[in-house]
Design a binder for this molecule. Structure first.
Ligand SMILES: *[C@@H]1O[C@H](CO)[C@@H](O)[C@H](O)[C@H]1NC(C)=O
Ligand SMILES: *[C@@H]1O[C@H](CO)[C@@H](O)[C@H](O)[C@H]1NC(C)=O
Ligand SMILES: *[C@@H]1O[C@H](CO)[C@@H](O)[C@H](O)[C@H]1NC(C)=O
Ligand SMILES: *[C@@H]1O[C@H](CO)[C@@H](O)[C@H](O)[C@H]1NC(C)=O
Ligand SMILES: *[C@@H]1O[C@H](CO)[C@@H](O)[C@H](O)[C@H]1NC(C)=O
Length: 196
């Protein structure tokens, strides 16, 4: 609008039009943020642990948008972080002076299993990045295989702790952390399975 047109009248008009434009802008951006959270809500609905899915993924709605690949990648990133956290927790427990030789062995094996789980999660992410290649089906199968392996490897961490000789508070702490990792990995696997 040219300056000479800025008569008192058109200024008045601006006072009306400007808020309308702002309102429109705000409504549009809210609609967008809703559509990405609606996308996440509908995808989480197909997972085995929908509320965990929502709690961990809704904070990333603006990154995920409505992109199913980004949804998988974000879910995998979170699962990697949880496995690293679990590994850290288990090694801290291993530093406890009171632990038995038996527990120390179980802890060492568990850290190895979690290391495998992190490796497999990273391989899953890697395969996800190649889904546009000509060997898409091969890559997709790889992603599914690696993501399933994560669940069995993380679960085998608990094998060494099933014995009565293990301190029950240590056992509970570790099994909670492992269950968190396997639930996150299971949700990521569900997204990958339902991609196509
Ligand atoms: C959009 O999200 C806002 C805030 O979460 C909510 O109040 C509103 O009802 C939602 N609108 C729709 C159409 O889902
Ligand atoms: C989740 O699934 C249930 C039943 O399958 C359905 O009634 C509900 O509307 C779905 N919710 C969303 C957010 O898609
Ligand atoms: C990992 O641990 C950090 C520090 O305690 C925490 O902030 C983060 O939320 C944890 N990540 C997951 C995925 O649990
Ligand atoms: C594959 O290409 C589509 C469309 O160009 C894009 O939306 C998608 O994110 C790409 N996937 C990967 C894994 O790069
Ligand atoms: C079990 O482990 C906890 C935490 O490490 C420790 O405080 C407690 O003393 C242990 N109990 C026994 C019976 O060793």
């Amino acid at each position: 609008m040219a300056v000479e047109n800025c008569s008192p009248n058109s200024r008045k008009l601006n006072k009306i039009i400007f808020p309308i434009i702002l309102l429109l802008l705000c409504t549009t951006s809210q609609a967008q943020s809703n559509s990405s959270s609606d996308f996440i809500k509908s995808k989480c609905n197909i997972t085995t642990f929908p509320s965990l899915c929502l709690n961990t993924l809704l904070p990333y709605a603006s990154t995920i948008q409505a992109n199913p690949i980004k949804l998988c990648d974000t879910a995998l990133d979170i699962a990697i972080e949880s496995a690293q956290n679990a590994s850290h927790l288990v090694s801290m427990l291993g530093k406890n002076k009171g632990i038995s030789k038996y527990e120390a062995t179980a802890i060492k094996d568990c850290i190895g299993d979690l290391k495998d789980a992190v490796y497999e999660l990273k391989e899953t992410l890697g395969a996800m990045g190649h889904l546009n290649d000509t060997d898409k089906d091969f890559q997709w199968d790889n992603a599914k295989t690696y993501a399933s392996a994560v669940i069995s490897d993380a679960t085998s961490c608990l094998d060494g702790f099933s014995d009565r000789k293990v301190n029950s508070s240590v056992k509970t702490t570790i099994s909670d952390a492992i269950s968190y990792v396997t639930r996150l990995a299971s949700n990521a696997l569900a997204f990958i399975n339902y991609l196509y």
